[in-house]
Design a protein around this ligand. Structure first.
Ligand SMILES: Cc1cc2nc3c(=O)[nH]c(=O)nc-3n(C[C@H](O)[C@H](O)[C@H](O)COP(=O)(O)O)c2cc1C
Length: 198
């Protein structure tokens, strides 16, 4: 698939089939992630793959409990797209254990070596994560970027044996899509583009 077409239809796929993703396929996704740029080529990224049913069940129960009030108390008058997003996120959280693979993108605060900063850790993992989701789209695999890790970090650390210096930054669901890929809806390019000044 053409790269621009993959980017244009790389929607958050929160409805995924439970069919397993082959481990070689997941490896290809992480390979794509690690082709990304990083400051000073520091590559302070790590990817913890979660495809174990027991881990997914435990994390899913914890995410479900943590997110329940967020979903329950969302405003009743949300605009359509935002309401659909909430519904999708709720579906994803409640089907956490059925998602074939969760990819926990982590960072290490390593750049610049003389005075490491958080900003460079996040600016390392996010381009890698974007590479991963676009590669997945090109391979016909759906993904959804989430921050679910933030709700259960102590449990993740304990069950996944994360070293203290490894920081979970993004938790990506991956699997074959249950719904069609459609074009992403974004602000028009002419609205956000400024030639030679604002
Ligand atoms: C940093 C980041 C955090 C996100 N967190 C979540 C999340 O916790 N749950 C979720 O369902 N989607 C999450 N998303 C996905 C966005 O909500 C989604 O990309 C956006 O609504 C646009 O929808 P689209 O990608 O389908 O066009 C996140 C995206 C980013 C970049």
């Amino acid at each position: 698939m053409d790269t621009l077409e993959a980017m244009n239809s790389c929607i958050a796929m929160r409805y995924l089939k439970p069919d397993p993703l082959p481990r070689d396929t997941v490896r290809t996704l992480v390979h794509a992630a690690t082709r990304a740029s990083s400051p000073g080529n520091s590559q302070g990224w790590e990817f913890v793959i979660i495809d174990d049913a027991g881990l997914k069940a435990d994390f899913g129960a914890a995410v479900g409990a943590a997110m329940a009030p967020v979903f329950a108390h969302r405003p009743s008058d949300l605009p359509g797209p935002l309401e659909r997003m909430y519904r999708g996120a709720e579906h994803l959280a409640s089907h956490f254990a059925n998602v074939p693979v969760w990819i926990l993108g982590c960072g290490r605060k390593v750049y610049p070596p003389q005075a490491p900063q958080d900003v460079f850790m996040y600016s390392t993992i996010y381009p890698a994560a974007q590479n991963l989701i676009v590669a997945a789209r090109a391979m016909g695999i759906g993904t959804a970027f989430t921050t679910f890790h933030m709700t259960i970090e102590p449990l993740l650390r304990q069950r996944l044996n994360l070293p203290a210096e490894v920081i979970p930054c993004v938790m990506i669901a991956a699997g074959y899509p249950e719904r069609a890929f459609t074009p992403v809806r974004r602000r028009p390019v002419d609205e956000v583009m400024h030639w030679n000044g604002w």
